[in-house]
Design a protein around this ligand. Structure first.
Ligand code: SF4
Ligand code: ZN
Ligand code: ZN
Length: 304
């Protein structure tokens, strides 16, 4: 197999694009794909400063690497969730990445900042860990991005993540979620930061290849709470189709963005206000974040 650009030995084959690339031309391909998304979807403007949410995984560390190489002003944000060994390892990988490249990194530990870990928070609220974790991460990312004075929050969602979410939303006809699934969510309130997903057209395999070829040391293990998640089942199902019919993933997702999404209304107009406790944006007097974390602190007071 030869590189499409230089005819040297190819290192990565991209069946969905009918192409193969050597190391340098593959890295170039990824950088250009990201740059195209940034421009086409108007994700970033030259004056923007970006908070990059980094978990220590291949996608988020690669995203930080790419945005930095493209010359954007970036700050990394890592949230320590207190999920045993997984959290410790993700912090180690993230710290090492930032230190080696001299990039600024903010670490928010939920235990130090809010008084409990995600497992305790889930127990106190009698909810699945992922439900309270997702809500908390969204809140902390938005708040930290604002406090850092950055204008955009970038996350490492790749094409496989977006397709699995889309598949789940279609399977259950979650029209509200479908209307809000987008590569760019504009800031609709002064206390909401613009959110972008620059890797949304790159597959999980492409991102793993990018990370390996760039020598990025990332955490390979999944969070233990991801075991049995529906999104993993959907990814497996879609990958089975993709093997037989390369390009299906991309067609499904881009078809949604171009043909269906413009027809969907983003639900009823909701009245946004500021939480009386923390000042962050919510629709009620008190936001869900303040409510669920109160329960965790109460539980810890009761347990000697
Ligand atoms: Fe949080 Fe669930 Fe993701 Fe683990 S799998 S980091 S608990 S959302
Ligand atoms: Zn080449
Ligand atoms: Zn609040």
């Amino acid at each position: 197999m030869r590189c499409l650009k230089c005819q040297e030995q190819a290192q990565v084959e991209l069946r969905q694009h009918h192409a193969a690339y050597c190391r340098d031309h593959f890295l170039d391909f990824v950088g250009k794909q990201v740059q195209r998304s940034l421009e086409h979807y108007r994700m970033l403007s030259p004056g923007d400063s970006v908070t990059v949410a980094v978990s220590g995984g291949k996608d988020s560390l690669s995203l930080w690497d790419i945005l930095n190489s493209l010359g954007y002003r970036t700050v990394g944000l890592h949230i320590q969730l207190g999920i045993g060994d997984y959290s410790k390892q993700s912090l180690d990988k993230t710290l090492a990445f930032a230190q080696e490249r001299g990039l600024p990194l903010t670490v928010v530990s939920v235990e130090e900042e809010y008084g409990a870990s995600i497992p305790v928070l889930a127990r106190a609220n009698r909810r699945e860990a992922c439900a309270v974790c997702g809500l908390s991460k969204r809140y902390i990312m938005n708040r930290a991005a604002l406090e850092a004075g950055t204008t955009v929050l970038a996350t490492g969602h790749n094409l496989d993540d977006e397709v699995a979410t889309l598949y789940g939303n279609v399977m259950h006809w979650q029209t509200g979620y479908l209307a809000r699934q987008a590569p760019v969510l504009p800031a609709t309130h002064p206390k909401l930061v613009k959110k972008v997903k620059p890797l949304h057209l790159l597959t999980e395999r492409e991102m793993a290849s990018y990370a390996i070829l760039r020598g990025i040391d990332y955490i390979v293990e999944e969070c233990p709470n991801a075991k049995g998640a529906k999104s993993l089942l959907y990814k497996d199902a879609i990958n089975l189709v993709e093997v037989e019919s390369p390009g299906t993933k991309q067609q499904f997702y881009q078809g949604f963005l171009e043909r269906l999404r413009p027809l969907l209304k983003d639900g009823d107009e909701v009245q946004l206000r500021e939480c009386e406790r923390c000042g962050q944006v919510t629709t009620a007097e008190e936001c869900s974040f303040c409510r669920i974390w109160d329960r965790a602190r109460l539980l810890l007071q009761r347990v000697p």
